[in-house]
Design a protein around this ligand. Structure first.
Ligand SMILES: Nc1nc2c(ncn2[C@@H]2O[C@H](COP(=O)(O)OP(=O)(O)O)[C@@H](O)[C@H]2O)c(=O)[nH]1
Ligand SMILES: [Mg+2]
Length: 449
């Protein structure tokens, strides 16, 4: 990604297309010129003022809007920033973007380039940038809360606090090195450092043992619908999604591809996947469908096994047995039971349901919500939200374990353990060199952020 701070970048920061208001953002040394040429005279800092937006060469009025001038360093990017609030018509936006490209030294921004400049100028750290990207992607309340906390520095504070303790411990060890001929002082400082490291090591173990709450909240709680063919899995998916997302048919073996529906259950993102039915089969295509079903079930946070009321004892396939602790048994088509005389008693460990009449559907959805909330809801302290952070916290924990298990006679090696641990934490927030991950992280943004 080109990132020359001498260049001034601009982009539409609001969504594409017709809207009430459109926001155009300009950042870099040329932003002041834009203010002067197109919306002058330059207004007071950080005050919204109404102005005609003019063509920089012809002076023609392009729109009448509101502008704000943010001189550096008090701006999102830390650079000079001009923001133009326009009428959100396509022609207005096109005219203004076209005019901006005529101002010398200006060019269109690349995806994430504003955020990258904010990072480069130390306005926000890397974990906050990732929180910001998640906030823009957030689809449910739970995701919004988590992302906002991260974007506001909750995770960064935790990791920076740990890192500060590590640096303190490292300082003690290094001080001990200086006094290496005075054994008493060396032993005392080493013991002090060890005490700090032991506490941190435990804190990291606890932090990592979070059941992946934050990551599941960020990516969605996955539910797999499984069961024999014709049990009503596709019908259930449609009923849950209240739209026709999966093909429902009376012919067994119709669902061969995996179909997903994203839901918002009480603020939590839940992804329900329909699967092909599990049964003895000859057909190659269907066997492939079942192989995929099994993959989906294995990757799910919750497996729903749907049986039919007329055959409640349909055996759960052995392949699903290892998932028993996260399998919820549902008995569908209970409407068929009330018709016959002497209807058999329901197995009491199964959730009764009739997709056809809707009986039990609300209960089932409530259960799903409760289970999802138990796994990912109620977040007090900041939690890990992505694999990148998890790997680095693990690396840090491992270095601390090496320190704690290592010999005190090799003080230099122990100091190196702590340096490596601090380095891993520093990579989460971008305090130490992270050039290798930057393009990946900033490339996630849309243009204009
Ligand atoms: N009587 C009754 N029929 C149902 C119910 N749910 C689904 N069906 C029917 O069962 C058949 C198979 O449904 P489908 O959703 O395709 O099953 P799948 O193979 O498990 O995906 C269809 O004819 C549905 O209309 C129910 O609660 N009661
Ligand atoms: Mg189906």
């Amino acid at each position: 990604m080109a990132n020359d701070p001498e260049q001034t970048i601009f982009a539409l920061a609001s969504a594409q297309g017709r809207a009430g208001v459109a926001v155009v953002r300009v950042s870099g040394p040329g932003a002041g010129r834009v203010m002067d040429f197109m919306a002058g005279p330059r207004p007071q800092s950080r005050r919204a003022v109404g102005r005609f937006i003019r063509h920089p060469e012809s002076g023609e009025k392009l729109d009448r809007g509101v502008v704000i001038w943010f001189p550096e360093p008090k701006s999102f990017t830390g650079e000079d920033v001009a923001e133009l609030y326009l009428h959100g018509g396509r022609a207005v936006v096109q005219a203004v973007l076209g005019a901006l490209s005529l101002v010398p030294g200006l060019r269109m921004a690349e995806p994430g380039e504003f955020a990258r400049r904010a990072f480069e100028s130390g306005k926000i750290d890397l974990a906050e940038v990732e929180g910001l990207a998640d906030l823009i992607d957030a689809e449910t309340e739970g995701q919004r809360r988590q992302a906002l906390a991260q974007a506001s520095g909750a995770l960064s504070d935790l990791y920076d606090g740990w890192r500060a303790s590590l640096v303190e411990a490292l300082g003690l060890i290094e001080a001990g090195l200086d006094f290496s001929d005075e054994a008493d002082i060396g032993a005392k400082t080493f013991a002090d450092a060890t005490a700090i490291v032991a506490v941190l090591h435990q804190a990291m173990i606890n932090h990592l043992a979070d059941g992946h709450r934050g990551e599941i909240l960020r990516d969605g709680f996955r539910v797999a619908l499984t069961g024999p063919p014709n049990a009503g899995k596709s019908s259930l998916l449609n009923a849950i999604a209240r739209r026709d997302a999966a093909i429902v048919s009376e012919e067994a073996g119709t669902t061969r591809d995996v179909i997903e529906v994203r839901l918002d259950l009480g603020g939590l993102p839940v992804i329900v996947s329909d699967t092909a039915g599990f049964r003895e089969t000859q057909g190659a295509i269907e066997r492939e469908g079942m192989r995929r079903s099994l993959e989906v079930a294995k990757g799910a946070d919750l497996v729903l096994w749907l049986a039919e009321a007329e055959a409640p004892q349909t055996a759960i396939p052995v392949e699903l047995a290892p998932l028993a602790d996260r399998t919820l048994l549902v008995l569908n088509k209970i409407d068929l039971l009330s018709n016959g005389n002497g209807a058999p008693a329901l197995p009491d460990d199964m959730v009764p349901l009739s997709v056809k009449t809707g009986a039990g559907l609300d209960d089932l959805i409530k259960r799903l919500t409760v289970i999802a909330r138990e796994r990912i809801g109620h977040q007090g302290e900041p939690v890990l939200t992505q694999v990148r952070h998890r790997r680095l916290v693990e690396a840090c924990r491992d270095s601390l374990a090496t320190f704690l298990a290592g010999s005190r006679d090799e003080v230099e090696l122990r100091a190196e353990d702590l340096r490596r641990a601090a380095d891993a934490l520093g990579r989460i927030t971008g305090r130490v060199d992270v050039e290798d991950v930057l393009d990946h992280i900033f490339g996630r943004f849309c243009i204009g952020k």
